[in-house]
Ligand binder design. Sequence first.
Ligand SMILES: O=C(O)CCC(=O)C(=O)O
Length: 229
Amino acid sequence: MECLENHRVNNVPSTIYYIPDFITQENERYLESQVYGVAKTKWTNLSQRRLQNWGGHPHPKGMILEALPLWLKECSDMLQTFKPFGPNQANHVLVNEYKPGQGIMPHTDGPLYFPTVATISLGCQTVLDFYKPNNTSQTCGNQYQFSLLLERRSLILLRENMYTDFLHGIDDNTTDFFENKCIKNKHLLGNAAWSESLNDPTFALPRTSTRVSLTIRFVPKTLKLKWKT
Ligand SMILES: O=C(O)CCC(=O)C(=O)O
C-alpha cells in the first residue's frame, strides 16, 4: 500500500495530500470519454462552468442514493488505496468542467459530507487558492492564504481543518501567474521543470485546454427509497 505521508503538503493547516500522476494517461482519456459520453441533460449549466452531479442530491434529511455509474465506481475503487473516507467508500461525485478563463468562487463544501474531499484533475492544470473567511468586516473580502498547483492526472485530498475552516476557489484566468501566489506543493509536483520554474516570480502557465475535475466525497446520511409492491 502506498504511503500517504510521502505526499503530505507541509506548512499548511492540517491536512492536505497531493499525489501527482495518480491516474495514467490511458485512465485520463477513458474518464474524459465517459464524462463527454453522458446524455446532454446530465449537464447543469452555470454562469461560469458546467457540472454533472452523481450519486444523489445531498440534503439535511439524507441523500436519496443513486448508484454511481461504473466509471465513477472504478474511480472510487482506485481511491481505496488511501482509504480517504475511513471504512466507507465514496458515494457522491461532482464533475466540474472549466474552459480556459473559467473558475469557481471561494467556498466551503458544507456540513453534509464526511470531512474529506478527494479531487482528480483531467485535461489541464490549474491553481487552487485557499482563503480564511473574514468574519469581522463585511467590506473586506476573504484573506488569501496559499495555493496548490494541480497538475492534470493528479489527486488531492483535503481533510479536517482545511475542509471546515478554509474556503477554496479557482480564479477565472486564462493564464496563471505566480508572482503573488504561495504554492505549497511545489516540491511534490510530478513536473520537475515546473517545480524549478516556480522559483522564478515571472513564471506563468497558460490554461491551454479544458479542465475537468472529479470531486469525490462520502455523504454519511443517506435514505434508501422503499418501493411499494
Ligand atoms: O475543480 C476543483 O478542483 C474544485 C471543485 C470544487 O471546489 C467543488 O466541486 O466544490
